[in-house]
Design a protein around this ligand. Structure first.
Ligand SMILES: [Zn+2]
Length: 444
């Protein structure tokens, strides 16, 4: 899940408040006004890409295009899509020559396929992210200042406190629950923290919230409830949602977004999956009509805010089903609806010390000399890590990696590294390389 309410986000409140005011109004605007807004932002991004990003200048020139050729959403199709491979191969050229104006920071993602991609996020993208989540959480009843439980691991890794089960941030009224230590043995610590701080809202990956619910139930700890559980980061399977809702006597609201921040879809109180048009431009490619009023296609998205490293027509692995005819949501919001999101679902890795770990990729982030990698959990207590190396991978890299992996999966799991070629990575039934393949039943 891509947002982190960092203190530095509050350092530019004017930008946040201005965009917030717009976001409050824009969700009810007629569709043509929303599209006009998208196109106004698009023209700014195109200007930035053409005049300041060497990669895009080259692409525009080689296609005989000028910024004035891409003024409207449908004009985007004149440009080729940008794949993860393109971003990897052209990182330096994708950086705008005026990037520093936008306070860029390096970020990294692996998606589901186990091939890391570095990119820049900047201040406009941070403001957008904050405002987007503020509105989405608001749909679920949240107001700034309410206490929120947040199941994640990045804070604990960053502060080298991965052994801690939780940490409370009083200034943000946020209770961080460490997803890396979630286990039957330590569930009592989580229950104590939740009783002490009494958050009304919780958010996290469905698999993590499911494990939290399951372990609490098994212990007969049934006094913890929320108003809303916000889900994201992976597909929310109905049986997981049902268990979360039943255990915490709450509603669940699902969302879909990416670290790269080009697209955001979120569920409203009426259950509709709304495309946040103000966030990015969503296109589908390789479309197939289902014959039932629904079209399925692969997600291609254009960021409307990232200036330090704009992504135009960025191709993701996810598949969406959309309605061919405009469909109104009972909530009254005009943001268009998606029928279904087929995307990320990662198996959990069950460690010998009883933890269920869903995040394994961070030790690979920003590591030099790795083209792609894959985790194979083929027997209890053993994790095989297949790595496709490139130049720059050294003995030191291996050591850093092993230490990083230990932080995530603990001391008791046997880790074996194997160096393989791209072709030797295992594929699923559809021929796709998945970052995590498990042949050991998760505790679900
Ligand atoms: Zn709605």
């Amino acid at each position: 899940m891509s947002v982190d309410f960092k203190v530095r986000e509050f350092a530019y409140p004017m930008g946040i408040l201005r965009l917030r005011r717009f976001f409050e109004k824009s969700q009810w605007l007629p569709l043509e006004k929303l599209k006009a807004y998208q196109e106004e932002r698009l023209r700014r991004i195109i200007h930035q890409a053409y005049h300041h990003v060497p990669y895009y200048r080259r692409i525009f020139d080689s296609h005989g295009l000028k910024p004035q050729d891409i003024q409207r959403i449908e004009h985007l199709r004149k440009l080729p899509v940008l794949s993860k491979e393109d971003v990897r191969a052209n990182y330096e050229e994708l950086r705008a020559d005026n990037a520093n104006r936008f306070r860029p920071a390096l970020s990294c993602t692996t998606g589901t396929t186990g091939a890391p991609v570095n990119f820049l996020l900047d201040r406009p993208a941070n403001i957008l992210e904050f405002v987007y989540y503020w509105r989405f959480f608001g749909w679920g009843g949240y107001r700034l200042g309410n206490c929120l439980a947040d199941v994640r691991y990045d804070y604990f890794v960053r502060t080298e406190t991965t052994d801690k089960a939780w940490h409370f941030q009083p200034s943000l009224r946020r209770l961080l629950l460490n997803s890396l230590q979630l286990s039957r043995e330590r569930i009592g610590e989580y229950a104590d923290a939740l009783r002490k701080h009494r958050p009304r809202f919780i958010r996290g990956r469905p698999t993590n919230l499911y494990c939290l619910a399951l372990f609490l139930r098994e212990r007969g700890l049934d006094d913890i409830a929320f108003e809303t559980a916000f889900l994201g980061g992976e597909i929310a399977m109905p049986e997981l949602r049902e268990m979360i809702e039943r255990t915490f006597r709450c509603r669940t609201m699902d969302s879909y977004s990416h670290m790269e921040r080009c697209v955001a879809v979120s569920q409203c109180p009426a259950g509709g999956y709304h495309i946040n048009l103000e966030y990015g431009i969503l296109e589908l490619i390789n479309e197939k009509k289902g014959g039932n009023g629904v079209t399925t296609g692969q997600v291609v998205c254009t960021s409307l805010y990232k200036m330090a490293m704009p992504f135009l027509r960025y191709k993701l692995e996810d598949v969406l089903e959309v309605y061919e005819e405009e469909k109104a949501c009972p909530c009254g919001r005009t943001l268009p609806l998606v029928k279904t999101i087929h995307g990320r679902m990662r198996p959990l890795i069950l460690t010998p010390d009883g933890r269920s770990v869903s995040a394994l990729s961070p030790p690979f982030h920003n590591l030099k000399g790795v083209r792609s990698f894959q985790f194979i959990h083929d027997e209890p207590g053993r994790l095989l890590v297949q790595i496709v190396k490139t130049e720059g991978y050294t003995v030191g890299t291996e050591e850093t990696l092993k230490l990083g992996l230990r932080k995530f999966i603990g001391e008791d799991m046997r880790i074996e590294l194997a160096y393989v070629s791209e072709e030797e990575l295992e594929r699923d039934g559809l021929g796709r390389v998945q970052m995590v393949m498990s042949r050991v039943g998760a505790p679900l």
